[in-house]
Design a protein around this ligand. Structure first.
Ligand SMILES: Cc1ncc(COP(=O)(O)O)c(C=O)c1O
Length: 392
């Protein structure tokens, strides 16, 4: 679809005789990111401290506007940035009332940035966590909302697309409605923004919604973002930084002040090159009229044909594919093996053939994107058919 816009990345992969099917992990950077990255160098080396005029006055607002469009939210100023989503998770935790034990409702399938910190806090006894299983997905919303009603949590956290199975969380609106009125409700949209059309317009005043540049945004690391709901205007995260209140620099107050918009959830000085790349990618895509709907349609069509062919294979790979249902999953296929060992040997076999995929425990993930076409799927299938003959 947009292959020719990835000439640097694809030429380098071809030179290394490597096939890349990990769009869900490090997405290749489109060609337009090179000039954007260079522009950051120019602004920094030529303008020094004055580069922030460009970062905060031009590039960051451009990213905010693009993200508000992608999320369907009405106020771009409600978008905060941080180097990674782990920082946002810690900041959200720090905005809770810690004078009593904190109750958390989440799922058993959250990424490490959330789950590691949550488990560590659990070790301290300061939080009590209810983890709802994601599968079976058809009853997930009902079971999750039931937990929200029975547990009355202070903090609700779940993904829009789950990083392990790739399953799509079916109903964010229902979750927003079932959550207690004063709870912080946060959605991890790292596997959804720019992978599928996202629209949180109906719940924008209620939900924090985060994501980042590394994957489908094609902008690389250091560029994570979070929509801050208007309902959060009273929250005062303890883990804060001086970017959260520029006004304070000139007018010191007795109480720590916070911005009234998304800046409330900012930290401190950061490398803004990712924002330059993010703005450039979005400007380019808008210019050629490509958005999440087109990207999703392209990936689903390739993914469906890959899945149909995988399902007829003998051996473990075929068996894992037979368990997948298209339509319910995001932009990567997650092949679930009986155990870690089988998944590990499959991963190693792919590696030996210079095919870049990745693995999370007993799951091998294959991610497709706009830099793939039908020929790539054919090539991948031929390689997998050979592996499958070896009973992998
Ligand atoms: C669902 C999800 N959230 C977040 C992240 C990234 O987290 P962080 O920005 O803290 O490194 C990933 C990375 O793979 C992910 O899959």
């Amino acid at each position: 679809m947009l292959k020719h816009h990835f000439s640097h990345a694809l030429t380098a992969l071809a030179a290394r005789n490597t096939l890349h099917f990990a769009a869900h992990s490090h997405h290749p950077w489109p060609d337009c990111t090179q000039a954007a990255h260079n522009q950051y160098w120019q602004d920094s080396s030529l303008y020094l401290d004055n580069k922030w005029d460009s970062v905060l006055g031009k590039v960051l607002p451009s990213c905010q506007a693009h993200l508000a469009r992608l999320l369907g939210t009405s106020d771009p100023k409600q978008i905060a940035f941080a180097p990674n989503t782990g920082e946002f998770v810690a900041r959200l935790y720090s905005a809770l009332d810690w004078t009593k034990q904190v109750k958390v409702v989440t799922t058993g399938s959250e990424f490490h940035s959330f789950s590691r910190l949550t488990r560590r806090l659990e070790e301290t006894g300061r939080i009590a966590v209810t983890r709802v299983a994601v599968e079976p997905i058809d009853t997930f919303t009902e079971r999750f909302c039931e937990a929200l009603r029975t547990q009355s949590p202070h903090f609700v956290f779940c993904s829009h697309v789950f990083f392990d199975t790739g399953l799509v969380n079916p109903d964010l609106d229902a979750i927003a409605q079932a959550a207690p009125e004063n709870a912080i409700v946060a959605i991890d949209g790292y596997h959804s923004v720019m992978a599928l059309p996202v629209d949180i317009s109906a719940i924008e005043s209620r939900l924090f919604y985060m994501g980042g540049g590394y994957k489908y945004m094609m902008a690389g690391e250091g560029s994570c973002f979070m929509h801050v709901p208007s309902q959060a205007a009273h929250l005062r995260p303890v883990y804060t930084g001086w970017f959260a209140a520029f006004d304070e620099l000139t007018t010191p107050n007795s109480q720590i002040g916070y911005a009234h918009d998304g800046y409330r959830f900012f930290g401190a000085t950061f490398d803004a090159s990712g924002l330059y790349r993010m703005a450039a990618v979005q400007d380019w895509l808008v210019g050629i009229n490509v958005g999440p709907a087109q990207i999703r349609a392209h990936v689903v069509s390739l993914q469906d044909s890959l899945l149909a062919e995988l399902k007829v294979l003998d051996g473990p790979i075929g068996a894992t594919a037979q368990r997948l249902k298209s339509g319910l999953i995001g932009n990567f296929l997650s092949l679930t093996f009986e155990g870690d060992r089988q998944a590990q040997s499959t991963e190693q076999a792919f590696k030996a053939k210079n095919i870049m995929i990745d693995r999370r425990e007993n799951r091998v993930r294959i991610g497709l994107g706009v830099y793939h076409d039908k020929n790539d799927i054919g090539t991948l299938l031929r390689e997998i058919a050979v592996l499958s003959l070896q009973n992998l």
